[in-house]
Design a protein around this ligand. Structure first.
Ligand SMILES: C[S@@+](CC[C@H](N)C(=O)[O-])C[C@H]1O[C@@H](n2cnc3c(N)ncnc32)[C@H](O)[C@@H]1O
Length: 312
């Protein structure tokens, strides 16, 4: 059997235990048009960001920013993992790099859709299509390292505890789970000017329509989610990254990332909150200018924990 052939874990009714069951999210509740202008979005998903070439480029660009901030691709003390899973893998760039770093490991990227299918990934990488809100299509105790980064605009707040339990389920005894998330609340950007505050308020209103976190609760709860999922040796680290040119090269890149990701939300903000889209775009530009005026910083957190070894 090829290594990437995983059986679905047999469960009587996946929807009873899948994270979506706890999320309050009903499919089709706030469906976006699949195309908005030149941007393409997923329907029937809470996920708010576009799925198109522009977003592929932004995610790759953001990956390099995050790697610089964390000074590496992960913080957990993994040794020689044999199986690695990246949940919500996006472009797969993080997983490609792990596959290169650990050529003996089998690396799986899971996402709703495969992007960058035309590029040639490392031979020990495999994409698996899946929806983490419906449960992961893998056996229990399978992966030595499970990583999930930046799903706060995809997973309703209420679904997080069950989601992290699902990540822990597929993790092997003594294996590690690592979670990486930006803050989502207005206080996670500080100090801020009026345009930034107004934009964050609008983005928060949109996120609330989908049951997504608007207060930075997820970022602050990552370690608790891991402990509640039965993981031990839990560590939590908090980063404050400068936004804007005042923060040097990294700050400039992160401000550009903020602008591009915010533009990806502008159509939905305009449509759902009945504001002209140009007004939202102008607000995003003003917010980006304020970062240098106010020396704004943006918060990011990383938490990791280990599944206890089996005792028998
Ligand atoms: C902001 S991107 C982050 C991508 C990647 N983790 C990174 O850090 O570059 C979020 C990703 O999660 C995926 N996603 C959203 N909802 C998902 C779900 N329910 N199940 C699996 N993947 C999902 C999206 O398709 C997107 O690729």
């Amino acid at each position: 059997m090829p290594w990437w052939f995983f059986r679905r874990r047999s469960r009587p009714a996946a929807s009873q235990t899948a994270p979506a069951a706890a999320s309050g999210w009903q499919l089709g509740e706030v469906a976006l048009p699949r195309l908005h202008g030149s941007r393409r979005y997923l329907q029937e998903q809470p996920y708010l960001l576009p799925k198109d070439l522009g977003e592929v480029n932004r995610l790759d660009f953001q990956h390099y920013i995050l790697r610089a901030v964390l000074r590496g691709n992960y913080l957990a003390p993994i040794q020689q993992p044999r199986r690695i899973l990246d949940v919500g893998c996006g472009t797969g760039q993080w997983a490609f790099e792990l596959a290169q770093q650990f050529p003996q490991a089998q690396v799986v990227g899971l996402d709703l859709e495969q992007v960058k299918a035309a590029t040639s990934p490392p031979p020990n990488y495999r994409f698996v299509q899946g929806d983490v809100l419906k449960g992961l299509p893998f056996d229990s105790d399978h992966f030595d390292f499970v990583h999930q980064r930046l799903l706060w605009l995809a997973i309703p707040l209420q679904a997080w505890p069950d989601l992290v339990r699902e990540l822990a389920r597929v993790t092997a005894p003594s294996g590690w789970v690592e979670l990486v998330e930006f803050g989502t609340g207005t206080t996670d950007f500080a100090p801020t000017g009026p345009a930034t505050e107004r934009y964050l308020h609008l983005a928060g209103q949109l996120a609330a329509l989908r049951g997504l976190d608007t207060e930075g609760v997820i970022m602050r709860s990552l370690d608790r989610y891991l402990r509640d999922a039965g993981l031990t040796r839990v560590e939590y680290q908090f980063f404050e990254v400068p936004l804007g040119q005042w923060g040097g090269r990294l700050g400039s890149l992160l401000a550009l990332d903020f602008r591009e990701s915010s533009k990806g939300l502008s159509g939905a903000i305009a449509a759902h909150l009945q504001i002209p889209e140009q007004e939202v775009l102008d607000l995003i530009e003003s917010a980006a200018s304020e970062f240098d005026e106010f020396h704004t910083r943006y918060r990011l957190a990383v938490a990791y924990g280990s599944k206890p070894p089996t005792t028998h």
